[in-house]
Write a new protein. Sequence first.
Length: 69
Amino acid sequence: MKVQAHQHDTVDALCWRHYGRTAGVTALVLQANPGLAGHGPFLPHGLEVELPETAAAAATTAQSVRLWD
């Protein structure tokens, strides 16, 4: 999936918005986008970034908590 960076976005911010986490996915995004790290910590506005599908994201299901049984 391709997304566009907003003003002052970081790779971590893109990962958090799309995946809901940064652990384990930031490195995948950097691998899928050669040269992305060359833009520095803040990505240019409108830059298209490829966000790869992760096995954990595909298998994630919502977990519910029951307070009272």
